[in-house]
Design a protein around this ligand. Structure first.
Ligand code: SF4
Length: 242
């Protein structure tokens, strides 16, 4: 059985840094999500029902001691789910990051048109948008988002044809950063698609699966992994049975 590594450090420990130059620091919100992606890494998570309020003092302490490259806000669910209700939580997260002179990215898969004004107010450094369709609506959302924010667009690779990925890259090529990301738990030959397309699209990042973060989870603890691969596989098995 895989053990989840918890790296919570108490404030009064003598070695009280959270430092790894390889890793980012991801604050995993648990607001919920209306979508049902079959590869969702959080759908079966043991913390999905965890609804503690954020331990602000502890989060502040963690961000103050984190010396890695980036801070991001992501899900568990989607950080923009029920945005009006969750706006002040996001606002406080951004304020803590700014207090420590840290830029903070937002990761989302939400529909954006009705949320752009609030996203602008929040003042994220970059908005990373998962985009799994080739959609005029998404293009419009991203065009408007780019008027006030940096943006990166990600597609999760779940075995799409190289022609489809090519079309996706060309369609969203007006966005400065594009990523094709290997999907956790899905058996698909990511290396093959990377080898086929990387030379043709050197500006696109082909990102292999991996734990690139410390995760500040909804139980107010920090982990090096949240067992996402195993959980995503379990979810797919359940989906197939239905
Ligand atoms: S992957 Fe993201 S958008 Fe999809 S169901 Fe999970 S939380 Fe929602």
């Amino acid at each position: 059985m895989t053990m989840i590594t918890q790296v919570r450090k108490e404030k009064f420990e003598s070695d009280s840094t959270l430092c790894c130059q390889e890793r980012n620091f991801s604050i995993v919100t648990n607001f919920g999500c209306a979508k049902r992606c079959f590869f969702c890494a959080f759908a079966n998570h043991r913390l999905k029902r965890e609804k503690q309020t954020i331990d602000w003092d502890y989060l502040d302490w963690c961000i103050g001691r984190f010396t890695g490259p980036k801070v991001s806000v992501s899900g568990g669910g989607d950080p923009l789910f029920e945005l009006k209700e969750n706006f002040s939580t996001l606002e406080t997260i951004v304020a803590i990051c700014h207090k420590h002179n840290r830029q903070v990215d937002l990761h989302t898969n939400e529909d954006l048109l009705d949320k752009l004004a609030m996203i602008e107010l929040l003042g994220f450094h970059q908005v990373v948008v998962s985009t799994h369709t080739i959609s005029e609506v998404r293009r419009e959302e991203l065009t408007r988002l780019l008027r006030f924010s940096r943006a990166r667009v990600v597609v999760v690779y779940v075995g799409q044809s190289s022609d489809w990925i090519r079309e996706w890259i060309r369609f969203y090529s007006f966005v400065p950063k594009l990523t094709v990301r290997e999907c956790r738990g899905v058996v698909a030959d990511f290396n093959k698609i990377r080898q086929t397309l990387q030379d043709e699209f050197p500006q696109v990042r082909f990102l292999a699966d991996g734990d690139y973060n410390y995760y500040f989870m909804p139980d107010n603890l920090v982990y090096e992994d949240y067992d996402a691969t195993k959980l995503a596989q379990k979810f797919q098995r359940k989906e197939k049975k239905q």
